[in-house]
Structure formats: C-alpha cells, structure tokens
Design a protein around this ligand. Structure first.
Ligand code: NDP
Ligand code: MG
Ligand code: MG
Length: 331
C-alpha cells in the first residue's frame, strides 16, 4: 500500500483558491484551523443562527451562509452531519457549483449511496482524517499530524489526486502519512467498524458483562469498574502496541483467560452475524433505514437512546466518575 508524505504533496496547488469549509463541528473547526495556519485561504459556511458563527469569527474566519460560501469558493469541503448533507447540497451548494470546482468530503456515505450526485464538470474526492476532529487539531499544533485517507470519485481536472494531497498537507495529514482508498471501501469499512466493533460491539459487550455480574448479585460498582472503566486501559495498550503488547502487560492469568474464553464469547455464530451486517451495509439496507429514520424525525433512534441513558450502568457510572474528577467527559 502506497503512503504519501509531505514531499509528495504540493500545497501551492491551493494558491489563489478559496476553500469553503461547510460546517464548524468536530472536523470542520479542526480542518479549517489547520488549513488557515498552513496559509490556505479558508472561509466558513454555517447556518446564520449557528452558535458556532462567533467561535469561527473569533479564530479570524469570515463566516457566510452555506449558499454564499459555496458561491465564493473554488473548493468546497462538506463537513456537515452525513444525514443532512444530501438536502443541504441540493438546496444550498449544487446551484452554485461552477466548472472546475472541487467538491470534497471526509466520509464517502453520500456519494457512495447516491444521496449526492455531482455534475460531471467538478472534481469529487474525499480527504478523511483517521481521528476525531479535536485530535486533528491538537496533533497539528504540536507540529505532527494524524494519518489521512484520500479517495477520488471523479477526476475532471486531471489533477484531483494532487489537489487532494495538497489539502491533506494543509490539514497536517501528510506529516503522518496519507493512504489512498476508494469511496466504496472507506464507506463500507467505516460503517462496519463502528457498528460491529467500535460502537455497537463494544457497548453491547460492556452492557452484557455488567448485567451478568449484577444479576449474579455482585455490586454494580464492581461490575462497572471491571466491565467499563478498565476497558480503556486495555484498549490503550492495544492501540499502542497491538494485541501482543497488551498481553505482555497483563498477568498470565488474564492472558490465559483472554485466549481460552474470548472465542466462547465471540463465536462462529457471532461472526456469521457480522457477515450479515456487512451484507446489509453493502446492499444499501443500512443506509436506506438510517436515511428513512431521519426523514421521520428519528422515533427509533430517540427511543433506543433513551432506554440506554436509563440503564443502570449509566447511573452507577455517574456516581463513580464523580469520584474521579480528572476524567473529563464530552457532553
Ligand atoms: P459535527 O456534528 O461535529 O458538526 C456538524 C456541523 O454541521 C456543525 O457546525 C453544525 O452547525 C453544522 N450543521 C448541521 N446541520 C446543518 C444544516 N442543516 N445546515 C448547515 N449546517 C449544519 O460533524 P462531524 O465533524 O462529526 O462530521 C462531519 C463529517 O466528517 C461527516 O461526514 C463525518 O462522517 C466526517 N468525519 C467525522 C469524524 C469525527 O471525528 N467526528 C471523523 C472522520 C470523518 P450548527 O452549529 O448550526 O449545529
Ligand atoms: Mg463513521
Ligand atoms: Mg482484573
């Protein structure tokens, strides 16, 4: 797999261009601030009533409505929540696209699932940092960067690849390394990862472990520490050195339990279900259901979220975290 670094990227491809970052949330603020500090001419597009208008202005950005920003820009980076991108694109961006513009994303969902269908005479690609926005900013400020992905959907100019790398240089991505992928691969692996392992798998595992201990009569506080709190320590070790480094750090008793019991928890049946989940991502079932859920104002999303907010693990967690004021939660 080819990795691109600073020396492969030419930031001057953005000279004389106006980059509109649409949205100023997690990714928007980070990418915009890094680009600005890299010398790129960046403006921000937001809804007029957005509480983030002031924040962006305080950093020295000119802030416009989405439509005005799209009109002024040669390069439009859409950093809105994925489920609103289609509507905002159709109403406030598409009418202002001109020949040779760049349309950019940090996730392939809307292009891959056909919610945004750009005209033929613009470049369309993604530049996606592989980390939350705040890390994108923090690492850049330290003189480092986080790895990025790029993928080209449409190369009208014949230079889409180089322009994407230039953008990734501006956000600090080429300091760490940029990997090229496709919209399909980025979208499907991202959805699979968050559903099966990172969010869905992890929360279901934590809750099931907690419930099993509490139902067997153990103190919820003990169950919380063992099944939720300590997970971070283990994940940090895996993050830094892989599974082997984690196993080197824990006791041999823990490692034996890991190796002998793990496969009884995540079984062949579980893997069959993972394959089914992947198939539903690939054939558009997941995308369709999520887009429809949004169209009817999220009744199921809200009900499921509420049920989990009321789960005992959240109650006991609140109390225990109050004993650990150094843990800073993102609300
Ligand atoms: P956020 O939810 O953090 O930010 C959303 C921004 O969009 C806010 O500034 C919000 O402004 C604005 N917004 C929401 N709805 C509208 C609307 N209807 N019209 C105009 N502006 C609106 O998004 P993220 O940064 O998490 O995600 C942006 C993109 O980056 C997505 O494609 C996501 O998949 C991708 N991504 C995100 C990562 C992350 O770290 N979160 C990691 C990698 C990729 P307001 O103040 O008005 O609410
Ligand atoms: Mg995702
Ligand atoms: Mg232990």
């Amino acid at each position: 797999m080819k990795v691109f670094y600073d020396s492969d990227a030419d930031l001057s491809l953005l000279d004389g261009k106006t980059v509109a970052v649409i949205g100023y949330g997690s990714q928007g603020h980070a990418q915009a601030q890094n680009l600005k500090d890299s010398g790129v001419n960046v403006i921000i597009g937001l809804r007029p009533n957005s509480p983030r208008v002031k924040e962006a202005q305080a950093f020295g950005f000119e802030v416009y409505s989405v439509a005005e920003a799209a009109q002024k820009a040669d390069f439009i980076q859409i950093l809105l929540p994925d489920e609103v991108q289609g509507k905002v694109y159709r109403e406030e961006i598409a009418p202002y696209l001109k020949e040779g513009d760049v349309l950019c994303f940090s996730h392939g969902f809307n292009i891959h699932f056909g919610q945004i269908q750009p005209p033929k005479n613009v470049d369309v690609f993604l530049v996606a940092p592989k980390s939350p926005g705040h890390m994108v900013r923090r690492m850049y400020e330290k003189g480092a960067g986080v790895p990025h992905l790029i993928a080209i959907h449409q190369d009208y100019s014949g230079r889409a690849h180089d322009i994407a790398l230039a953008y990734a240089k501006g956000t600090g991505g080429t300091r760490a390394g940029v990997i090229e992928t496709t919209f399909r691969e980025e979208t499907e692996t991202d959805l699979f990862g968050e559903q099966v392992v990172l969010c869905g798998g992890a929360t279901a595992l934590v809750k099931a472990g907690f419930e099993t201990l509490v139902e067997a009569g153990y103190a919820p506080e003990m169950a919380y520490f063992e099944c939720l709190h300590e997970l971070k320590l283990i994940v940090d070790l895996m993050y830094e050195g892989g599974i082997s480094a984690m196993r080197y750090s824990v006791s041999d008793t823990a490692q034996w339990g890991d190796m002998i019991i793990g496969p009884r928890i995540i079984t062949e049946d579980t893997k069959d279900e993972m394959r089914q989940v992947l198939a539903e991502i690939q054939d558009g079932t997941f995308a369709k259901e999520w887009l429809l859920e949004n169209q009817v104002n999220r009744p199921q999303f809200n009900a499921l979220a509420k049920a989990d907010e009321d789960h005992e693990i959240e109650e006991v967690g609140k109390k225990l975290r109050a004993m650990m004021p150094w843990l800073k939660a993102t609300k």
